[in-house]
Design a protein around this ligand. Structure first.
Ligand code: ZN
Length: 282
């Protein structure tokens, strides 16, 4: 795997445009309870990227672009560092534009963050890069997150433990992932299950609009008792983390194959009313 920053411009100019794929980790610095590190999403995405590249490098020139430990809609609490939706979308679009103008065709972003405007920014940047330059920005986690919310059987992890709406953040799924990726970074998993007990007005409205995970997120971050996680860390185990990484890798390879065939498109994430609400929200 080549490192973009270590190459000269001449070496970059000689890269085979059909065979080269850029890869990056892009995921925010975010508070994950008191038991997981701020870089949890970054560490998980790094592992997925490494394993995916082991497969891709057999037939491609893989070039590692710089890592960006930032994104939008991190949990707005002490410790998190994030960008606004507009700033983040522009950042990704402008970097992609530079790659496209050098006639490259593929960039895969590895991520593990389900923040609504984070995902919207990535999906919209991907769509815009395709429309303007025919460039493929593939973001596997946009698809994987939808699969988690839908409790897809193929993931092979039961509902409530697979990062769905009952396990959204630093619960069973993410604690399991970190136990697999680097157990020395998990401070404890001896924590009670948490789920917001009160439904807010906005939460109810979002449920009415069929945006369940968003409704849960709003109720959660509005809760005075928010322990900075949502789910059940005590059920975490490294075997589940391994299974989830395997699913990420498999899906990443499949989506990249779609991009090569020219059929890759980011998923439609929200209905138009919810999208408008997200863009209006502070
Ligand atoms: Zn996370």
């Amino acid at each position: 795997m080549k490192d973009y920053l270590s190459l000269t411009c001449e070496e970059v100019s000689k890269l085979d445009r059909e065979k080269t794929v850029f890869v990056s980790v892009v995921s925010p610095t975010e508070t994950h309870g008191r038991h997981l590190p701020l870089g949890t999403d970054v560490f998980i995405a790094r592992r997925v990227m490494e394993e995916t590249c082991q497969i891709l490098k057999k037939d491609h020139e893989v070039v590692k672009l710089f890592e960006i430990p930032l994104g939008s809609d991190a949990q707005p609490v002490f410790g998190s560092i994030w960008l606004s939706y507009g700033t983040f979308k522009r950042l990704i679009f402008e970097i992609g534009s530079h790659l496209a103008k050098m006639n490259f065709k593929h960039w895969i972003i590895f991520d593990n963050h389900g923040g609504p405007r984070h995902q919207l920014a990535l999906a919209e940047a991907s769509k815009k890069l395709k429309e303007k330059y025919g460039f493929n920005l593939v973001v596997p986690f946009l698809h994987i997150f939808q699969d988690m919310l839908n409790d897809l059987e193929e993931i092979k992890i039961p509902a409530g433990m697979n990062g769905d709406a009952k396990d959204l953040h630093a619960g069973t799924n993410e604690t399991s992932l970190m136990l697999h990726v680097d157990s020395s970074m998990v401070r404890t998993k001896d924590l009670p299950r948490y789920f917001p007990s009160r439904e807010t007005f906005l939460g109810k409205l979002l449920r009415f609009l069929k945006a369940e995970s968003l409704a849960v997120t709003v109720d959660w971050i509005s809760d005075q008792q928010n322990p900075y996680y949502l789910g059940d860390p005590s059920l975490a185990d490294p075997g589940r983390g391994k299974k989830m990484i395997e699913y990420h890798v498999k899906k990443s390879v499949e989506l990249f194959e779609e991009a090569k065939r020219g059929t890759y498109r980011p998923p439609k994430l929200f209905n138009p009313i919810v999208k408008l609400l997200l863009k209006l929200a502070k």
